[in-house]
Design a protein around this ligand. Structure first.
Ligand SMILES: NC(=O)c1ccc[n+]([C@@H]2O[C@H](COP(=O)([O-])OP(=O)(O)OC[C@H]3O[C@@H](n4cnc5c(N)ncnc54)[C@H](OP(=O)(O)O)[C@@H]3O)[C@@H](O)[C@H]2O)c1
Length: 509
């Protein structure tokens, strides 16, 4: 069943984003994501009256929990993680729609029981056959669940209504496995039913990047190779692997962060204006950027990428262990916890403009940003002596924390001398609007219920992204181990040298 894509421009902008009544089935309902993000996010949506009447949740997992016990575990999480506080009466009415379906993912009987529950909810709570499946599980379970949903006849509901499936990251671990998974998905679901989630796209500033670029007339004319010297995209984490050493050793920073989050930030920064703000128009432009990017040749991988791994160090004044000493990290582990790389977007807008990406764990602070560094003035008529600190203009889109945008430019220091110093013009979300931004998952859950896939990754987009990452993985196979860097530092020295060779330096955040 193919669903038409929502076009808010043609259908008139939705003033009130309330979806049709539906049931959301969460596979992996006893897990971390469900408890920390999904259910607190749903509760916030309920609080803002954005969920439809009769909205229901069925948790699906293996633990022997009752409906009541499941609800009880969720109360504690909503109290701890909901950004909008906790209200008992509101929770009570929300919790009426929550139930639990105990089953292993590979047990057909569990899916028959699920189908019966879904039909019963349609009758009892008026959910009209509308179903949203959420795969909040490790990637090793995706194929099993999808096959079982297909075998149980759950690809669409018997009495009509829509069926959609949200698939968590990571979508594959290289090109071949991503294609294999995609083929399994498409055996059961049509692409229009599939919502591959990258929660970075639910972040307010990431969406604002499109508004900033395409709702303003003054930035687009300089958003190209004539004015931009280079782009730096940073996703820095202060945390280590947090007990997920086994997973992390299989993934490393490139699969965990670059293939998804950093590539999303890059494509939104580099894409052409779409004809409409609508799912396929936006995603077409993102795919074009990925296809315009040159995959690194095997002998270029060492030149354009740097890998690092943190060793013991100090963070916020406290000693922290190195990656190899972290719980769950197997002996002889070799995953990179830091990666820096240069990527090339070879189209008329960006030819010759380097895109530098970096991400790492146990860096001095948590900070994600996109920095557009502009070329210097063509001729400097002011003295460039020691009194003057002349730096290039930088436009920074701060994704987290302190979401906002700042522009650095040169200014005259007050006084009789012509002394020059950089200053910034700052826009901060919280200060400007006085309201807290919703959590990324809130926006994305609501969009999936509304059938708006603009902020979800399309099949060809995942494929194009892996076509750039897979050659790097191959190039690293016989490479020396990652360079060590002390926890609490900004990564390995090799990363600084890498930019210094191009006459540039990483931004100090
Ligand atoms: N945690 C986060 O903040 C976060 C953020 C972004 C993305 N993600 C992604 O979200 C997904 C889930 O992550 P998570 O941290 O929530 O994982 P998790 O805590 O390990 O939870 C896994 C869930 O899957 C269930 N499960 C596993 N095997 C099962 C089986 N054979 N049959 C039935 N249930 C089974 C577990 O149920 P039982 O415990 O009952 O066995 C548990 O509910 C991953 O793909 C991850 O990459 C997570």
């Amino acid at each position: 069943m193919t669903e038409p894509t929502v076009n808010p421009l043609r259908s008139g902008m939705r003033m009130q984003r309330t979806p049709e009544p539906c049931t959301m089935v969460i596979f992996g309902a006893t897990g971390d994501l469900t408890h920390r993000k999904l259910v607190p996010g749903l509760y916030n949506l309920q609080r803002e009256r954005l969920l439809p009447p009769g909205f229901s949740v069925i948790g699906f997992a293996r633990r022997d929990w009752s409906d009541d016990y499941f609800r009880q575990t969720l109360v504690e999480d909503v109290q701890e993680f909901s950004r909008s506080g906790f209200e008992e009466p509101l929770w009570q009415s929300f919790a009426e729609g929550i139930s639990y379906n105990r089953s292993s993912f590979d047990d057909p009987a569990g899916y028959q029981a699920l189908a019966e529950k879904l039909n019963a909810l349609d009758a009892e709570r008026g959910t009209s056959g509308n179903r949203l499946f959420y795969l909040a599980t490790g990637p090793e379970s995706f194929t099993t669940i999808i096959q079982q949903l297909g075998a149980a006849g759950l690809r669409q509901s018997p009495g009509g209504g829509w069926t959609r499936i949200i698939i968590e990251k990571p979508f594959g671990r290289d090109m071949a496995s991503a294609r294999e998974l995609d083929a399994e998905v498409h055996k059961v679901f049509d692409e229009s039913q599939v919502y591959r989630i990258d929660h970075y796209l639910g972040k307010e500033t990431v969406q604002n990047l499109l508004v900033f670029r395409f709702a303003n007339g003054i930035f687009e004319p300089v958003w190209n190779r004539r004015y931009v010297d280079h782009v730096q995209i940073t996703v820095a984490e202060a945390v280590g692997v947090e007990g997920r050493g086994n997973y992390y050793e299989q993934a490393g920073a490139i699969r965990d962060m670059v293939q998804n989050h950093l590539m999303q930030l890059l494509t939104l920064t580099a894409m052409e204006p779409p004809g409409f703000y609508e799912a396929n128009s936006v995603r077409d432009e993102k795919v074009k950027v990925l296809r315009a990017m040159r995959p690194l040749a095997p002998d270029e991988v060492a030149k354009y990428t740097v890998r690092g791994q943190y060793t013991a160090g100090t963070q916020a004044g406290k000693p922290v262990p190195g990656y190899l000493e972290e719980a769950g990290v197997p002996a002889g582990a070799h995953a990179e916890t830091y990666v820096a790389m240069q990527m090339f977007v070879e189209n008329w807008r960006w030819a010759g403009v380097p895109f530098y990406l970096r991400t790492g764990k146990r860096l001095p602070k948590r900070a994600s940003e996109i920095a557009i560094q502009f070329r210097s003035a063509p001729l400097m008529i002011f003295d460039q002596g020691p009194l003057n600190d002349i730096e290039p203009n930088v436009l920074t889109i701060k994704v987290q924390p302190d979401e906002g945008i700042s522009l650095k430019f040169e200014s005259k220091v007050p006084g009789q001398l012509t002394q020059i110093r950089p200053v910034t013009m700052d826009f901060r979300y919280n200060a400007a609007f006085g309201v807290e931004s919703p959590e990324a998952y809130e926006r994305l859950l609501l969009d999936a219920m509304l059938g708006d896939s603009t902020l979800f990754t399309r099949s060809d987009e995942v494929d194009a992204s892996w076509s750039l990452i897979t050659p790097i993985l191959a190039g690293w196979q016989n490479a020396p181990p990652p360079e060590p860097y002390a926890a609490g530092s900004w990564g390995p020295r090799a990363a600084d040298e890498f930019l210094a060779r191009a006459g540039r330096e990483w931004r100090r955040l």
